[in-house]
Design a binder for this molecule. Structure first.
Ligand code: FAD
Length: 547
C-alpha cells in the first residue's frame, strides 16, 4: 500500500520537474534550473510547488543579478509596486527608489550584501504611480558553485501603516509623559512587587522631600494600615480605590502630610506584548497599579487648625471637670477620716461617762458628715461617655504637642518628636486618649521645670511592636526615684516639690484610661538622667468596624 503511494507521488513529481525544466518560466534563475538537474534532486524536490509558492507568496519577492538588475519578480511585487514583470525585468531595483532614502543607508546595504551577509532595513520606495511607501526590505545573497555571489534575493513589504502607528504611539507616549510630568499630582505606576516602573516630576520631588524613601511604598503601607485595604496579593479589580485620604509621616520629622489617593489598574504592557500574551484578554493578563496622589496638606492644615481650636476648648472644659473631680474626690477622701474616727468612737461600749449628750452629738456629727459625703458624691461631675473610633496616635500626639507649644517655648524646652512613619490605628476614645497624653506631657514639662537644668529636652516617639503601639515619653528632668516608681500610680500621691494645682489623682486616672483601652503604662526603671515612660496600646483590627 505504502510503496504504491510512493510510486504514484514520485511519478507525478518527476512529471512536474520535467515539465518545469522543458519550459521554465521567464526569468527563472539559471542556478535554480541547474539545481534541478543535479543527480537525485528531481526525485525529491517538487519544483512546481516551489515556484508556485514563490509566485504566490504574499510578500514582494525579486531576484536580481549581482548588480541589482531585476531577473524575476513575483505577483505580490507587481501588486505592491504597480509595475508589471515586463516593466521591471532588466531594470535596476533603483526603479523603486523615491530618492529620499539617505545615501548612507544604500552604502550600508551594499557593503553588507557584498560581504555575503543578509541586509535588513527600511527604504522609502515609490510605486509606478509615484506614490511613496515605506518598504521593510531583506536582501539575501545567493552564492554560486564557486562561492561567489550569483544572485540577490529581495523580499519586501509595505510597512507605511505600521510606521504611522509607531509614530502616533510615540507621539501619544510623549504627550502623556509631558502631561504627566507637568501635572501637579504625584503619579507612579507600580508592579505587583511594588517596584516603581514609571513616575512623574511631582513624584520625584516628593521622593526628594522623603529623603529617597519611595513615596509609593509609604502610600501603599498607609492605605493598608490606616484604611485597612488589602493590597497584599497581585493587583486585581479589588485593588482599585478612589479618593482615599492618607496621612504620611515623612522621614525627618517635618510634620505630617496628607494625600488624596486613587489607584487604577493598568494592563502590564510588557506581558501583553509577549507572544504568550497575544491570545490573553486584558482582564486575564497581569496588571500594574497606577497610583495617583494629590497633596492636600495645606487645606488639611487649615481644617486641623479649626479642629485644634475646638479641641483646645474641649480640653479646657475637660480639664475643668477633671480638676473638680479631683478636688471633690480629695475632699471625700479627707472627710472620711474624721467620720471613721467618730464611727470608731460610737462603737466603744456605752459607759456612765460617755452616756447621753456626747453620744448624741457624735451621732449627729456622723449623720451630717455622711450627708455631706453623699452630697459631694452627687456633685461629682460624671465623665463624658465617648464613642470608640479608629484613632491615629501620631495625630493625637501631634495635636497635644501643638497644644503645649506655648508652655514648651516659655519653659525653654526642646521637643524631639519621632513618630513612626506608618502607625496602625488604635480602637479608642479620642478625647480620653488626648487628655491622657496631655497629662503625661504636662507632667514631663513640670518635671523639667522643677529640675532647674539648663538643657531641657522632651522626646516623644511612637513605634510598632507586634500587635501593640509603644509610645515613649522621655524628659531630661530629675527623674523618679526607684522607691516611688510604683507609688506614683496610687491615688492622692504627691511627688512634686510644689504640689499646688495637683490633687494626686492624675496618674491614677491616666492608668485607668490606658487599662480601659487594654494597654499598660510603665516607668523605665533602668533609665538614668530623667524619666522614661512607656505607654502600650493594642492596635485595632485591620478591617471592619471598631467598638
Ligand atoms: P546609486 O547612485 O545607484 O547608488 C547609491 C549608493 O548605493 C552608491 O553610492 C553606492 O554606495 C551604493 N551602490 C549602488 N549600486 C551599487 C553596486 N552595484 N555595488 C556597490 N554599491 C552600490 N533600492 C531601493 O531604493 N528600493 C528597493 O526596493 C531596492 N531593492 C533592492 C533589492 C535588491 C535585491 C538589491 C540587490 C538592491 C535593491 N535596492 C533597492 C538598491 C538599488 O539597487 C540601488 O542601489 C538604490 O536604489 C540606490 O540607487 P540610486 O540610483 O538612487 O543611487
Amino acid at each position: 500500500m505504502n510503496s504504491l503511494k510512493m510510486n504514484v507521488r514520485s511519478t507525478s513529481l518527476q512529471d512536474a520537474i520535467s515539465t518545469f525544466l522543458s519550459s521554465p518560466p521567464e526569468g527563472t534563475p539559471l542556478e535554480v534550473i541547474e539545481a534541478f538537474e543535479a543527480p537525485g534532486v528531481k526525485e525529491f524536490l517538487p519544483p512546481k510547488l516551489f515556484l508556485e509558492t514563490v509566485e504566490q507568496a504574499p510578500v514582494a519577492i525579486s531576484i536580481t543579478s549581482p548588480s541589482a538588475e531585476i531577473l524575476y519578480v513575483n505577483k505580490a511585487f507587481e501588486a505592491l509596486t504597480g509595475y508589471s514583470r515586463d516593466d521591471v525585468v532588466g531594470r535596476n531595483e533603483s526603479v523603486l527608489s523615491s530618492k529620499s532614502t539617505p545615501a548612507k543607508v544604500y552604502q550600508d546595504l551594499w557593503s553588507t550584501i557584498q560581504s555575503k551577509r543578509v541586509w535588513n532595513g527600511k527604504l522609502v520606495n515609490h510605486r509606478k504611480d509615484k506614490q511613496e511607501y515605506l518598504a521593510d526590505l531583506m536582501i539575501s545573497p545567493v552564492l554560486g558553485k564557486d562561492g561567489e555571489i550569483a544572485y540577490f534575493l529581495g523580499m519586501h513589504r509595505d510597512i507605511t501603516a505600521l510606521h504611522q502607528l509607531e509614530r502616533q504611539l510615540s507621539f501619544q507616549k510623549r504627550l502623556i509623559e509631558g502631561a504627566l510630568d507637568s501635572a501637579p499630582m504625584v503619579v507612579s505606576m507600580v508592579d505587583s512587587g511594588r517596584k516603581v516602573l514609571l513616575d512623574n516630576q511631582a513624584y520625584k520631588a516628593l521622593q526628594g522631600d522623603f529623603r529617597g524613601v519611595e513615596p509609593a511604598d509609604m502610600i501603599l503601607d498607609a492605605l493598608e494600615t490606616q484604611i485597612g485595604l488589602d493590597l497584599d496579593s497581585a493587583w486585581s479589580a479589588e485593588s482599585e480605590f478612589t479618593n482615599v485620604e492618607v496621612r504620611l509621616e515623612p522621614p525627618g520629622g517635618k510634620g505630617p502630610r496628607w494625600f488624596i489617593c486613587s489607584g487604577v489598574l493598568v494592563e502590564d504592557p510588557e506581558a501583553a506584548a509577549t507572544a504568550g500574551g497575544y491570545f490573553t484578554t486584558p482582564e486575564s493578563s497581569p496588571h500594574h497599579l497606577m497610583l495617583i496622589a494629590n497633596e492636600v496638606t495645606s487645606s488639611r492644615q487649615r481644617i486641623n487648625e479649626a479642629r485644634m481650636n475646638l479641641i483646645r476648648a474641649n480640653m479646657t472644659e475637660q480639664q475643668l471637670v477633671q480638676t473638680m473631680r479631683e478636688a471633690i474626690s480629695g475632699s471625700i477622701y479627707k472627710l472620711q477620716e474624721p467620720l471613721n474616727v467618730i464611727r470608731a468612737a460610737l462603737n466603744i461600749p456605752e459607759s456612765s461617762e460617755n452616756k447621753g449628750t456626747l453620744r448624741n452629738v457624735l451621732w449627729e456629727a456622723l449623720s451630717i458628715g455622711s450627708e455631706a459625703i453623699e452630697n459631694l458624691q452627687d456633685a461629682l461631675p460624671s465623665p463624658k461617655i465617648e464613642q470608640v473610633t479608629r484613632v491615629n496616635i501620631n495625630e493625637i500626639l501631634h495635636q497635644v504637642i501643638n497644644l503645649s507649644t506655648d508652655t514648651l517655648l516659655a519653659s525653654g524646652i526642646v521637643i524631639d518628636w519621632r513618630p513612626a512613619p506608618i502607625l496602625p490605628t488604635v480602637a479608642g476614645r479620642e478625647n480620653a486618649l488626648r487628655a491622657l497624653f496631655k497629662y503625661l506631657i504636662d507632667n514631663a514639662i513640670a518635671a523639667l521645670n522643677e529640675s532647674n537644668m539648663d538643657f531641657r529636652e522632651l522626646r516623644i516617639g511612637t513605634q510598632v511592636d507586634g500587635d501593640e503601639l509603644v509610645i515613649e515619653i522621655i524628659d531630661s528632668g530629675s527623674g523618679i526615684p526607684e522607691k516611688m516608681r510604683l507609688k506614683i500610680f496610687e491615688p492622692f500621691f504627691f511627688g512634686w516639690e510644689n504640689p499646688k494645682g495637683h490633687a494626686g489623682m492624675g496618674l491614677t486616672m491616666a492608668q485607668e484610661v490606658i487599662i480601659s483601652h487594654g494597654g499598660g503604662i510603665e516607668v523605665d526603671s533602668d533609665f538614668l538622667g530623667g524619666c522614661r515612660i512607656f505607654v502600650r496600646l493594642p492596635t485595632a483590627p485591620s478591617d471592619g468596624e471598631v467598638t
